[in-house]
Design a protein around this ligand. Sequence first.
Ligand SMILES: [Zn+2]
Ligand SMILES: [Zn+2]
Length: 225
Amino acid sequence: MQSDTSSSPEPYSGDGNRFPGGRPAATTLIHIWPASALGEEDTDLTAYLASAWRKLHATSRRPPRCPRCHSGGATNNGADYKGLPQFVCDQCHRRFNRLSGTPMARLRPDEGTLHAFFGLASQHMSVAEASRRLGINAETVVRWSVQSRLWLLELDPSGSWERHVHLAVHYAVIPEDQQGNAPSGGLGCRCSPVRSASAANDMPALLRVCPLCEQGRHPSQLSTG
Ligand SMILES: [Zn+2]
Ligand SMILES: [Zn+2]
């Protein structure tokens, strides 16, 4: 997707005077979910995440591509402190394992807790509730959600698996005058307008905020303060 920031509108400029009649502020970020869906786990997503996580921890000594220079040539370099096979790139000499360079690399999760998180990722549940169930703080729930969604976009660039995640996903209100031209957060942005399926006509048009923008790069995240 091309993005020409010089000519695109400034959807979330923080211009508080644009809707003096009390339209929701463009910076409003909300969680939405159908009331009936609470606690429904999408077991396909849970299994997909668990399987992908297992692959990152495979004991095979066959070197994967280097995460830095993408060279296919690497040499076995024993195991790291967790017993995972370690490799050294023949080209750039980076030392890496299969987790290196993935969005999951720095999470350092407790395995059991992470698998419990995978089971909650598809659920329409508040961050506070997930935090309570997992025994981790809310910031960690949000971070794991963002990193998992970035990871899902790498595994499946079509974005269809990423859209199975609901936990800690935010929606930004699209101002009325920009509904035909949903704002983009720039290169790599996967924010997508939500087509209202229900008869909620009084509901404002919403943009599902992508994980890149959750990391703070979307204009909607930058316009306040
Ligand atoms: Zn390399
Ligand atoms: Zn985005």
